[in-house]
Design a protein around this ligand. Structure first.
Ligand code: GLU
Length: 490
């Protein structure tokens, strides 16, 4: 049986970093095993529906480079891939469960449910749930006479369909990440399967679709672990096999606790995948980094592209304990991937930023800039931010001036500019020799010229090797910038 996995986001918000990791692990397993990855949109909760969320999820996955064989966009044999278009299947399953006594109708009003939940327990335990021990005193098709139930339905009294969870049973399933997991059925409530508006809840729709779509492995976040006993019961009652289960560990905040939207934002950690894109992270780096949030290859290798990851990924190497998110580590991955990017790909990514900055740069020149900068940047945008490659500085770093611009800087740079002007050709070696000779003649350390020279040429105090930079900028540009700084900083 070939592997079929699914990423099943609800369009209740934009794709976040945890969702991207779930999507990635699914795609890696499918790709590594020559199976299929399915994207299914779980949009039955209309109360939390966000209109542009589905579009954001699809665009973000595409930006990241994650491919789905079947999806609302690509289509496929087992579609449609949006749950709101599949309601017939859920009604059929609910009817089967009702017919076989594994589900029942419940007519309780919100007030009656509140009364149940606020009932005080003598021993200070959790308030009672809607379950085998309480359903007899609630208003449902198990407690009411058949005639009353028929009358309520005929009168159009709002009702839901609930799962009839058996009493005193241990529900066990095996999870690839966690081993054998057991829940006592008394801890599981009689989950609503179909709401009063006729829409299925996540639990019913999810199980029906995983079955109908032939899903072999369910890979999802730990937050769904406690729902799994309900799903296992549904599979059993419907006479279906339970897929292999793998619940991924939590992603933790650097300060501890689950990485929530709020604590991520307060620590400057982007939440949504589109934010990582906007902040200039390379998709390959982001995927590589999040692959390690819960998994490791068992070797020292850290840098992987997607195909390499798919080649070594196994669910057996996913850990069960939470993993801390580190923005510094992600930045490191970004640097490493920039260094490895194919020259043309790097140029085109840098060019996007140059275009945004309104900088029109020739191909040859850009490739020479990238030779100098590739190993020094954290983001592709850093190249466009180094304006001195493309235009004369219009101001000079204040702290740099305070620290590096001395009384003799003007005369030294004037002399240096004059000598460079005479040199037949300005390569890095000439720039350096001329500078060192001048320093020796004037009996000053070379730094006395190097530092103000860098300020004059670039406006800032850091960057690539000064003499390489000067060679790239060319003689007339260097001479002009030196003279202009002398005038402006006098
Ligand atoms: N729709 C659920 C979500 O938004 C899917 C959970 C699962 O994969 O079963 O995360």
């Amino acid at each position: 049986m070939s592997t079929r996995v699914r990423f099943a986001p609800s369009p209740t918000g934009y794709l976040h970093i945890g969702g991207l990791r779930t999507a990635l692990y699914n795609v890696l397993l499918a790709q590594g095993q020559g199976g299929s990855a399915i994207l299914r949109i779980e949009d039955t909760d209309r109360s939390r529906f966000v209109a542009d969320a589905e579009q954001d999820i699809i665009t973000s996955l595409a930006w990241a480079g994650l491919h789905f064989d079947e999806s609302p966009v690509a289509g496929g044999d087992r579609g449609p891939y949006r749950q709101s278009e599949r309601t017939r299947h859920y009604s059929d399953a609910a009817q089967t469960l009702l017919d076989q006594g594994h589900a029942y109708l419940a007519f309780d009003t919100p007030e009656e449910l509140d009364t149940l939940r606020s009932t005080k327990t003598s021993d200070g335990q959790a308030p009672p749930r809607y379950s085998a021990s309480t359903r007899g005193s609630m208003k449902n098709s198990l407690s009411l006479a058949v005639g009353d139930v028929e009358r309520l339905v005929a009168e159009g009294v709002p009702h839901v369909i609930r799962l009839r969870v058996p009493e005193d049973e241990v529900v066990t399933f095996s999870d690839i990440v966690r081993g054998e997991v057991s829940f006592n059925s008394n801890e599981v409530d009689d989950q609503i399967l179909v709401k009063s508006d006729g829409m299925p809840t996540y639990h019913l729709a999810n199980v029906v679709d995983d079955h109908l779509m032939g899903i072999t492995h369910v890979i999802r976040g730990e937050e769904w672990l406690s729902s799994t006993p309900k799903h296992v019961l549904l599979y059993r009652f419907l006479g279906w096999d339970v897929p292999a289960m793998a619940h991924l560990p939590l992603i933790l905040s650097p300060t501890g606790g689950k990485l929530s939207k709020r604590n991520a934002e307060s620590q400057g950690i982007p939440v949504f995948v589109s934010d990582y894109q906007a902040e200039g992270y390379e998709p390959e780096a982001l995927l590589n980094y999040i692959a390690f949030l819960g998994w490791n290859p068992g070797t020292d290798q850290e840098i992987f592209d997607l195909d390499e990851l798919a080649g070594v990924f196994t669910l057996e190497r996913v850990g069960s304990s939470g993993v801390q998110f580190s923005i510094d580590k992600l930045r490191w991955f970004n640097e490493q991937h920039l260094r490895r990017l194919d020259a043309e790909v790097l140029s085109s990514r840098v060019r996007t930023h140059l275009d945004t900055a309104g900088l029109d740069v020739a191909d040859d020149y850009l490739s020479a800039v990238l030779d100098l900068m590739r190993d020094r940047i954290s983001f592709a945008a850093d190249v466009a931010a180094a304006r001195y490659f493309f235009e004369d500085p219009d101001r000079y770093d204040e702290k740099g001036i305070a620290k590096r611009w001395k009384d003799d800087s003007g005369p030294l740079l004037t002399a240096y500019a004059a000598r460079l002007d005479e040199a037949s050709n300005l390569d890095a070696e000439t720039a350096e020799t001329v500078l060192r000779d001048l320093a020796e003649e004037r009996q000053v350390g070379a730094g006395r010229i190097i530092h103000p020279c860098r300020l004059a040429v670039s406006g800032v105090t850091f960057g690539p090797g000064l003499f390489e930079l000067m060679e790239l900028l060319g003689r007339s540009t260097c001479v002009r910038r030196l003279r202009s700084a002398v005038t402006r900083l006098a």
